[in-house]
Design a protein around this ligand. Structure first.
Ligand SMILES: Cc1cc2nc3c(=O)[nH]c(=O)nc-3n(C[C@H](O)[C@H](O)[C@H](O)COP(=O)(O)OP(=O)(O)OC[C@H]3O[C@@H](n4cnc5c(N)ncnc54)[C@H](O)[C@@H]3O)c2cc1C
Length: 386
């Protein structure tokens, strides 16, 4: 067991850190002000720098590195801004990985290289108005007709909705009830019959577009089927990696907040001395540091144990759950330690707190991760319906 990153991994992290901290803070502020996602030019710059598809095979346009390297890159950019890191999240741990693992060769070659070049962003459309945690209640249907799939239904809370060029759509591909009838299909934004609801106004996640999606006889070729009916388990396996990405986005909010507040408490004076000289402040900072370190270790454990494959449900759920929880606590503590300045939009602390909250809902709520964890410990699934 080795808790050190290799020299190459440290260099990768350092170079992304330098770039992110030098070049991106002003862009992050602009995104927060306007709510607009990163410009296409910037996404292309990410691609040129090799930040997109770090862990995607070289033959598909990626760097061919491991999941850990991808998460290191993601954390550095997400420490500056989750919205800026979102295209990186999508390219390395997002739904494109399901296409890479399970899609047909032609679909893989159509989608992955375009994502790694920064020409295409792909979002995931799972949730529906009446199917959130109970995802297997989803009703969007894909009917197989003459070599094509005809989709009808609607999706909710799609991050990237209306902005992404492609969508991995979870849908019913057979009449089998529950999980057995569910598969996934790739749909492009300009497909006839596809439309989007208004852009949602969320508590955080500014710069990450979100909307409903409507499917009205949207027709795509059968080759766009990523997994057929009965493949829900495979989709969930690919989702184990997305969980580590979600955990990293949450961790980054906490780590960024801790770094900012460390500087602040050494400068801010009250009662004639820097507030770090007060023991209550010291104790709070130490707790924040322990939580950040522990979250990072859990994420790296999940990624390293999977080697080049997909992390386990158990380790990715533990990492996500813990990172989601501590991100809320640590960013809240940062706001508190900065007093009135922490509550002001002039500093990033309040944005980090709002963004941190969302990761504990997106990708499966904190409580649901806990059910996954206990389920893994006793080796059986708990039926939520009976
Ligand atoms: C910022 C953000 C981004 C998102 N991005 C996407 C996206 O890109 N694509 C997508 O498809 N979806 C996305 N979602 C939707 C997300 O996956 C769902 O919000 C999430 O799965 C919870 O579903 P729900 O909102 O319907 O809540 P519900 O399922 O209604 O849950 C409400 C509460 O009840 C609890 N609960 C429900 N069932 C149980 C149970 N059996 N045991 C214990 N507690 C339970 C939950 O933990 C939660 O606290 C996003 C959501 C957010 C907030």
């Amino acid at each position: 067991m080795d808790f050190q990153l290799s020299q190459e991994q440290q260099q990768l992290r350092e170079s992304v850190r330098r770039y992110a901290r030098d070049k991106l803070p002003a862009v992050a502020e602009e995104i927060e002000r306007t709510g607009k996602p990163p410009d296409p030019e910037l996404v292309h710059e990410f691609a040129d720098m090799g930040l997109l598809g770090v862990n995607v095979a070289e033959s598909l346009g990626g760097l061919g590195l491991g999941n850990l390297e991808a998460l290191l890159v993601l954390e550095e950019v997400a420490q500056v801004s989750a919205a800026l890191a979102f295209p990186i999240f999508e390219s390395s741990v997002g739904p494109v990985r399901a296409i890479e693992h399970f899609g047909t060769p032609s679909l893989r070659e159509h989608v992955l290289p375009a994502v790694c070049r920064g020409d295409l962003q792909v979002a995931v459309a799972m949730s529906e108005p009446a199917a959130g945690t109970a995802l297997t209640d989803l009703t969007t249907r894909g009917e197989l007709r003459d070599g094509q799939v005809v989709l009808n239904g609607s999706k909710r809370w799609c991050s990237g909705g209306g902005h992404a060029g492609g969508y991995v759509v979870y849908c019913r591909l057979s009449k089998d009830p529950g999980a057995r009838g569910i598969g996934a299909v790739y749909v492009e934004k300009d497909s006839p019959g596809l439309s989007f609801g208004r852009q949602e106004e969320l508590m955080g996640f500014r710069g990450v577009p979100s909307s409903d999606i409507y499917f009205d006889d949207v027709t795509v070729p059968e080759e766009n089927i990523i997994v057929p009916a009965g493949g829900f388990k495979k989709l969930m396996q690919a989702f184990d990696l997305e969980r580590c990405g979600n955990a990293t986005m949450a961790l980054a909010q906490a780590a960024g907040a801790l770094q900012d507040v460390l500087e602040y408490v050494q400068e801010r004076q009250q009662f004639g001395k820097p507030i770090i000289d007060f023991q209550a402040v010291q104790i709070r900072l130490a707790e924040m540091r322990m939580q950040v370190d522990a979250a990072r270790l859990l994420i790296h454990r999940a990624a390293c144990n999977a080697e080049q494959g997909l992390p386990s449900l158990e380790e990715s759920s533990i990492a996500k759950c813990y990172a989601n929880e501590i991100a809320r606590t640590v960013t809240g503590n940062a706001v508190q330690l900065m007093g009135g300045y922490g509550y002001s939009k002039e500093y990033a602390a309040e944005r980090r707190m709002r963004d941190a909250w969302g990761w504990g809902i997106a990708g499966g709520t904190i409580d649901i991760q806990k059910i996954n964890i206990t389920s893994a410990m006793v080796g059986r699934r708990f039926d939520q319906r009976r």
